[in-house]
Design a protein around this ligand. Structure first.
Ligand code: FAD
Length: 332
């Protein structure tokens, strides 16, 4: 008999978030033709999202649609997810390693009395199962973990922007071309105590840092809020986003919405410019999956140079405008 893989989808408004497609991509790396793939969609007015997920290879879409699910809230979402796993009895549950996934996954693992492996960045076939790789110590090292045979169910969270998307946008899931069955969960119990009325979202700029292909980040070395101006110019020319270290945020030079690192955003751009950033382990935790790192720093001993692909020892206020001018010429 095959296994059942369950993906708990994540919404942004009523759109399916990219990390959900990536979780399906992770399923595609593990599922065989005889396995079943089911998706739980929780939210409000999410019919279109459920339609978008109705793809060949997915066997069932389970919809939990209620105004009480408009915003993520641990108690209500966990109640829906618990009903879902109790009914569907999955062998593997996958969520994005996002604020929601990090909150929900341990509750589900505890409910299922199963093991959990968080922040998975790659999957490898191992004996009759799989081994999962994940970064530890803020990205300084990697570990490989497996579930023991005693674990009834595997709960996994997958790091965003790592797995190629599965389903519509990429690698197809194995199995049938049939239209997935649609099932519905009952409305949340009125006895649930918490209600989220509103969520205030703050944008870090016009380009989402977690999706940006190019990021120009500033650290304490920018010295003031105005010090970010040349960085914004470079980002504009390269159609990139502006990010920051916590040092720059703590100093009040920019908003915390820009913070990258262990306690900020994890980014995976093609090119990451670190300007006036020393390269603390906590900052590197957020950038270590960048394809190319360019560091600009006055201190040749700055730790950022140990991870940088290109290093420029110099004053960012001289170097960044020169780079901007050169890129402008090249790209015009
Ligand atoms: P600094 O370390 O002060 O470095 C400034 C750099 O600028 C120096 O290397 C200097 O040589 C260079 N510089 C100065 N002037 C110029 C110039 N004109 N041109 C070029 N270079 C110049 N940090 C994060 O970034 N993200 C996190 O998510 C995060 N989470 C944390 C979580 C915990 C629990 C803790 C304890 C810390 C965390 N930190 C985080 C903080 C982290 O430890 C560092 O303090 C912080 O990253 C330092 O920021 P910085 O590199 O901008 O500043």
């Amino acid at each position: 008999m095959g296994r059942t893989f369950a993906v708990i989808a994540e919404m942004r408004g009523n759109q399916v978030r990219q990390v959900t497609w990536e979780a399906l991509g992770a399923v595609a790396q593990m599922a065989k033709v005889e396995d079943r793939v089911i998706v739980l969609v929780i939210g409000h007015a999410i019919g279109k999202a459920a339609d978008a997920l109705s793809l060949p290879g997915i066997h069932a879409i389970v919809v939990a649609d209620s105004d009480r699910y408009q915003y993520y809230e641990a108690e209500t979402y966990f109640a829906a997810a618990r009903t879902f796993v109790d009914r569907e009895k999955p062998d593997v549950v996958l969520l994005g390693h996002t604020a929601m996934g990090r909150d929900l996954a341990p509750m589900l693992a505890s409910h299922l009395q199963s093991g959990q492996i968080s922040d998975v960045t790659s999957i490898e076939a191992y004996e009759d199962g799989f081994a999962f790789h994940r970064p530890i110590y803020a990205g300084k090292a990697f570990e490989t973990k497996r579930f023991t045979r005693a674990s009834r169910c595997w709960v996994l969270t997958v790091r965003p922007n790592i797995f190629p998307p599965g389903g519509k946008a990429g690698a197809l899931l194995p199995a049938s071309a049939a239209v997935p069955e649609r099932r519905y969960l009952p409305a949340p119990s009125p006895t649930l105590r918490s209600i989220v009325r509103e969520v205030a979202t703050k944008m870090s700029g016009s380009i989402d840092l977690t999706k940006a292909k190019i990021i120009v980040s500033g650290g304490r070395g920018v010295k003031s809020a105005d010090g970010f101006k040349p960085l914004r110019q470079l980002a504009l020319v390269l159609n990139g986003a502006v990010g920051a270290s916590r040092g720059a945020c703590d100093a009040g030079y920019c908003d915390y919405a820009l913070q990258i690192g262990q306690t900020g955003k994890v980014v995976t751009p093609e090119v990451y410019f670190a300007c006036g950033i020393s390269g603390s382990i906590q900052h590197l935790a957020g950038i270590n999956q960048s394809r190319v790192i360019v560091a600009i720093n006055t201190d040749p001993e700055a730790p950022i140079f140990q991870v940088a692909d290109y290093g420029i020892v110099g004053d960012l206020f001289e170097i960044v405008p020169l780079l901007t001018a050169e890129f402008r010429k090249l790209l015009s």
